[in-house]
Design a protein around this ligand. Structure first.
Ligand SMILES: Nc1ncnc2c1ncn2[C@@H]1O[C@H](COP(=O)(O)OP(=O)(O)OP(=O)(O)O)[C@@H](O)[C@H]1O
Ligand SMILES: [Mg+2]
Length: 348
């Protein structure tokens, strides 16, 4: 494992099964390839973004990294240790060092517990041999670190006595209280009022700098990714189709799916100008049985071989990788009046 990486994910897969069919006796299990053979690296101290439309496997990937979900197969190296090979007791030693911030603070904070008790839980579980007063001091410090001051004003409140933004700040305090090296934030602002979103993003940037955190930041919003992430991995239907430096990808997207994503985001005009919009029809369908390129049914640049030969991620320049075997035939820049149609939808 490279010394500059904190995490290396190799050929990671997660397949769920789903029952389909209208009638009880005709129902059958179909596989859902939520995450399909992905390999990504997260460098120490960087923020890697995962972007992609709903259902493409972003949350499942993060949940496997944090060991909240077991993989079907694959490797997750954390500082050289393969987390997939550890038993429950060995895994629990790593857990304080990796924490997750979820989309909805309502779900993560027990409504029957006060802030002080919510923050005491991880301390009691993982910090042995310190006095009650020392624990209270750690709790106050973590509340002030998330800019709720003075801490005494907030620590004896219940979650329903806080605003949405304050609740997400407490969820962040819970994530940082054990001083982890790694945090995965899964769309941490998407449930919040627009007026408090920037505050939460800036808080995460501040904490990352102060604590030297490594982050995985999940979003379906490229503008947020461009603000938060050093590099981005673009996911489509369980696969990573492009990965590299955020600004380079936004200025010059290579994969046809990334081109479509970038073309519709008007807030990115500070990066790109005069782009025609490419509207994607259809949705991600993780039950489609995979044969060739995962994007073939929506791709205007596809060729016959794309239906049969799955492309792998190929390095273009530096650490920019793209999974498309037609790249040399695609004109650079975004085509005019191009619309990516779903030509061939699969239904069950
Ligand atoms: N526990 C589960 N059982 C069955 N299928 C699941 C389960 N969890 C996720 N899936 C399916 O796996 C696929 C990927 O889901 P995931 O939640 O990772 O997507 P996502 O990219 O995070 O989407 P969103 O942007 O909506 O949060 C979807 O098709 C989803 O329905
Ligand atoms: Mg999700």
């Amino acid at each position: 494992m490279s010394k500059e990486n904190l995490i290396e994910v190799k050929n990671l897969n997660k397949t769920f099964t789903k029952k389909v069919g209208r009638h009880f006796f005709n129902r059958k299990n179909v596989p859902i390839h939520a995450v399909n053979n992905i390999s990504i690296e997260i460098k120490k101290g960087e923020t890697l973004g995962i972007i992609g439309e709903s259902g493409c496997g972003k949350t499942t990937t993060a949940r496997m990294l944090l060991r909240l979900q077991k993989e079907t197969h694959g490797e997750i190296l954390f500082n050289g240790t393969d987390l997939c090979k550890l038993n429950e007791r060995e895994t629990s030693k790593f857990l304080p060092n990796m924490q997750m911030i979820f989309q909805d603070p309502y779900d993560t904070l027990n409504p029957g517990m006060r802030v002080v008790d919510l923050l005491m839980e991880p301390i009691n579980a993982h910090m042995k041999g310190i006095s009650h007063n020392e624990k209270i001091e750690i709790i106050k410090e973590s509340i002030e670190a998330i800019d709720l001051k003075p801490a005494e004003r907030f620590m004896y409140r219940y979650p329903h006595e806080l605003s949405g933004g304050q609740r997400q700040r407490i969820a962040i305090a819970r994530a940082i209280i054990l001083k982890p090296d790694f945090i995965a934030a899964d769309e941490p602002t998407s449930m919040l009022d627009v007026s408090v979103r920037a505050g939460i993003l800036n808080l995460l940037l501040k904490l990352k700098k102060q604590m030297g955190l490594t982050m995985l930041f999940i979003t379906h919003d490229l503008t947020t990714a461009s603000y938060m992430c050093d590099r981005i991995a673009v996911m489509y239907q369980g696969e990573v189709v492009e990965v590299g430096n955020t600004e380079k990808i936004i200025r010059n997207p290579s994969h046809p799916y990334t081109r479509a994503l970038v073309s519709v985001v008007t807030d990115l005009n500070h990066f790109i100008e005069n782009r025609d919009r490419i509207i994607l029809d259809g949705e991600v369908d993780a039950t489609i049985e995979k044969k060739g390129c995962i994007f073939v049914h929506r791709c205007p640049f596809r060729e016959e071989h794309c239906f049969h030969d799955p492309p792998s991620l190929v390095t273009q320049q530096g650490d920019h990788q793209v999974a498309c075997s037609c790249l040399d035939k695609i004109p650079s820049g975004l085509p005019k009046d191009q619309s990516l149609q779903q030509q061939n939808s699969h239904s069950i």
